[in-house]
Design a protein around this ligand. Structure first.
Ligand code: ADP
Ligand code: TYD
Length: 205
């Protein structure tokens, strides 16, 4: 039987595509489950109707920045109400792969105002106890993406990811840990785990 925490804890993994955040989220979730915690793993965009619409638009016509924003917000509202808040309320450790910092960085890179995006999200979405911002050079991230066989337009992506990364790095606050994702997954994980155990899960081990 998994152990609930005295109160729910929300960890958000963020970073540009290919930074290794999904790998780290998975490694930490596996570790926490072995420790006997009740872990809820989730991601945005979700597998719900809005998430599906967002993914489909990638392969057809790209949505305008405003329509894209509306879809990500609708997806997040549903996700927060149906899954994230109930899990936190029963004391689970919620590990989310992408959250509202991605909206600020990606929709911000498409020209929307990052500060307004942050405020709009904070009005309805619970603030994470810790954000693990996995940061890496966009060139390295694109090499990793290409290595896994997802060919994309290199130059267009390099420019866009460079903008997205700069906005992510401008979001640093005390509850945001910037982790150098340019190292091996094991070395990155040692730091991820140490930051979480020194922060929201202090006293656990
Ligand atoms: P993201 O979720 O940020 O897009 P992934 O975790 O899916 O990134 O990793 C992208 C690719 O890079 C995957 O093929 C993964 O196996 C690999 N990868 C992840 N972390 C590292 C790392 N630290 N060093 C080298 N390759 C990595
Ligand atoms: P996804 O299929 O989850 O890709 P990845 O494995 O790289 O995370 O698609 C996520 C894409 O959507 C990614 O390019 C970032 C983007 N995104 C936004 O633009 N805004 C958002 O609010 C979120 C959550 C994601």
């Amino acid at each position: 039987m998994a152990t609930p925490l005295p109160h729910g804890v929300l960890l958000a993994f963020e970073g540009i595509d290919g930074s290794g955040k999904s790998t780290q989220a998975r490694m930490f979730a596996d570790w926490a489950e072995l420790e006997g915690l009740e872990v809820v793993r989730t991601r945005e965009p979700t597998q719900g109707p809005w998430g599906r619409k967002i993914r489909e638009a990638r392969f057809t016509a790209r949505l305008s920045p405003e329509d894209e924003l509306a879809a990500f917000i609708a997806d997040r509202k549903e996700h927060v109400e149906t899954l994230v808040r109930p899990a936190l309320a029963r004391g689970a450790l919620v590990i989310i792969d992408r959250y509202y910092y991605s909206t600020v960085a990606y929709q911000g890179a498409r020209g929307l105002d990052p500060q307004a995006l942050l405020e709009m999200n904070r009005a309805f979405a619970p603030k994470p106890d810790l954000v693990l911002l996995v940061d890496a050079d966009p060139k390295l991230c694109l090499q990793r993406i290409h290595a896994r066989g997802e060919g994309q337009d290199l130059f267009e992506n390099l420019e866009a990811l460079t903008k997205v990364r700069a906005i992510f790095l401008s979001l640093v606050e005390p509850h945001v840990a910037v982790i150098d994702g340019g190292r091996s997954a094991e070395v990155v994980f040692d730091e991820v785990r140490a930051r979480i155990l020194a922060g929201p899960l202090q006293g656990l081990t």
